[in-house]
Design a protein around this ligand. Structure first.
Ligand SMILES: *Cc1c(COP(=O)(O)O)cnc(C)c1O
Length: 374
């Protein structure tokens, strides 16, 4: 993923490609305003969804924006049996002047295609991905919440829809984008999270699906996440499956370590980690700011010793939903450590502000990361 990832091809004319079939009875204005006043992540959805259908014979066709609503699925649809499903997550950000923008959507489009390849689903062209987002956000622009750290969360996904119980790649697939207004991830200010390091579960193995944004990876993380919750922790961090000794990532966020001397490290991409768009953006912003940044294998033992002796100053997690989440406490079977003074460290706080200032149009966008949707 490079930083100048603008499309080399022209974006399809969104209106033309994704014809709008308007909702006959959209949510009344007053109800929408009420839903937007205090949005809870992933609970309320806009009036429409973007959609396209793929068949092995005809390729992608029947692109449209249609009323949001339940899908009709055959009970033998492949996804219900063998789990062929991938997704993406990105946000539409309101800017002061009323325009609506998204952040590095080409990176999400390319990752969506890479995930599709790994799960043997058809690739969706990046310009098609962009056109679907644009058409949906333009149709439902009244649903973009306006306010501090508010956004419209966009969830593209694709699944195997063929009615067939044989085990082979589906010859039919559905691509959809749904949208949900979201408020600040941390209502009332950024709150550091506590992390349980799982030593008896792994999220991904060599040659597996860990680098794909594949629904099944999440299914596999729910039990370890539940174990961490039961112990009183917010989230779980996974170690590599081969040696059970180096940091990988959380169930849905990448991790960074800030050393007391200003160096910053994050686990290298070995094929078992999901390459976050937030991760790669932070690597760029930190190196722009003069930090020495390393993508490397990070032994858990190095980090626990470093937190204990003060040479590790900050640890944070990152992803689109929460942007950057400070980690205040890190614990596992035989250790329980407070990171720094347990609050958000200086580098964590600064990089979070820098990134959100670019996303909300409050700061210059030196790398051309922003893309206007409406
Ligand atoms: C989506 C995801 C991330 C974060 O990716 P972003 O592009 O930064 O949102 C990290 N890890 C996993 C497992 C993910 O699914």
């Amino acid at each position: 993923m490079t930083s100048s990832d603008a499309p080399s091809t022209t974006v399809l004319d969104a209106e033309a490609a994704y014809a709008v079939r308007p909702h006959p009875s959209p949510l009344p204005e007053a109800d929408r305003q009420a839903a937007l006043a205090e949005p809870r992540f992933g609970t309320v959805f806009t009036d429409h969804m973007a959609r396209a259908t793929w068949t092995a014979g005809a390729g992608w066709h029947d692109r449209r924006v249609e009323p949001y609503g339940p899908l009709q699925l055959d009970p033998a649809a492949a996804v219900l049996h063998y789990g062929q499903e991938i997704f993406e997550g990105l946000k539409a950000y309101p800017h002061e002047d009323g325009s609506v923008w998204t952040f590095r959507p080409w990176a999400n489009a390319d990752r969506f295609a890479a995930s599709a390849r790994r799960i043997a689903l058809p690739e969706l062209p990046r310009e098609d991905f962009l056109a679907a987002l644009t058409a949906l956000v333009r149709t439902d622009s009244a649903w973009v919440p306006r306010g501090e750290e508010m956004s419209l969360y966009l969830r593209p996904f694709m699944f195997a829809s063929e009615r067939f119980l044989g085990v082979r790649p589906s010859l039919e697939a559905e691509f959809l984008v749904i949208a949900s207004p979201v408020g600040p991830y941390f209502a009332g200010g950024v709150r550091p999270v506590s992390i349980w390091v799982a030593q008896d579960f792994h999220r991904a193995g060599a040659g597996g699906t860990g680098a794909a944004k594949f629904g099944g990876n999440y299914a596999g993380s729910l039990l370890p996440q539940g174990v961490a919750h039961a112990k009183g922790f917010d989230q779980v961090c996974f170690l590599d499956a081969a040696t059970n000794s180096t940091l990988e990532e959380l169930g849905g966020m990448n991790v960074f370590v800030v050393h007391a001397d200003g160096r910053v490290s994050t686990p290298e991409l070995t094929g078992t980690i999901l390459e976050g768009v937030t991760r790669s953006s932070i690597l760029r912003l930190l190196s722009d700011a003069g930090h020495e940044v390393a993508e490397r294998r990070i032994p858990l033992a190095e980090i626990t010793a470093g937190i204990a002796d003060g040479s590790v100053a900050e640890v944070f997690a990152c992803g689109t939903a929460a942007v950057i989440t400070p980690i205040g406490r890190l614990a596992g079977a035989d250790f329980d450590l407070t990171v720094g003074d347990g609050t958000s460290g200086a580098v964590t706080t600064r990089i979070r502000a820098q990134l959100t200032d670019i996303q909300y149009g409050r700061a210059a966008d030196p790398h051309g990361w922003m893309h206007r949707l409406a």
